[in-house]
Design a protein around this ligand. Sequence first.
Ligand code: ADP
Ligand code: MG
Length: 276
Amino acid sequence: MSDAITSADSPAGSGLAQAGMRFASSEVDTTHGPILYLEGISVSFDGFKALNDLSLTIEDGELRCIIGPNGAGKTTMMDVITGKTRPDAGTAFFGQAIDLTRLTEAEIAHAGIGRKFQKPTVFEQHSVFENLELAMKTDKRVRRTLRARLDDADLDRIGETLSLIHLRDQADRIAGLLSHGQKQWLEIGMLLMQEPRLLLLDEPVAGMTDEESMRTAELCMTLAGRHSVVVVEHDMDFIARIARKVTVLHEGSVLAEGPMDVVQNDPRVIEVYLGR
Ligand code: ADP
Ligand code: MG
């Protein structure tokens, strides 16, 4: 297994690392099953079970919201999916054939799982356009993208992404000058340039204005279907806006799962989370 090669210039944790590639995202096989399958996952930190026999399935193209109190294990779950943390027990598959517990973080990113951390990490000194271009250059079609000039298809993809993330009129702006919300969108755009099958968004609207938050809700709904999207968020107005199926985590496992109105009225969920 080869080690990750991370450019010193690369924003930390943005999934841009290149590595020895065993899978390409186009190979993820979901013909007979979900895009993500977690079963019996446990993670302990000094005897404390951050995840406790967690089982969760995400269908291809689904938009799933994950809620739950602080310390419920939401971020740890994302760490397991992205290979940052190894589970002590359990099964984690991406599609039918890719065993996530056997891959490095870089291999998982390359296989088609993109993760957006809470804090935006963009190349501050480059323009919005250049940020998207750089993200594309580290993608899997290395031979094609090593060419110095962008072809029409590349320009189309960048243009499409700029529209999607509401930054078309900011393309030439230095990323460091964007608002916090715009930086968050740019980072999502950078992930999209790598054409992930599964996108993990950890608290995407934290620190956003109401309007930015509303636009992020629209973006999430647009992305669903083209990608599978897992959103962890505390902002219940935001969740209510985008929610289809909602999973409530509590003490490292699934407490409840279902449509928003069912979950919201579940007495156990009100007790541990919503009621407080
Ligand atoms: P959430 O994202 O739902 O708020 P986390 O997954 O961040 O929850 O954390 C779950 C629990 O695991 C918390 O009690 C947290 O303190 C603990 N935890 C998370 N990461 C570590 C770590 N690296 N070392 C020790 N404890 C950790
Ligand atoms: Mg968290």
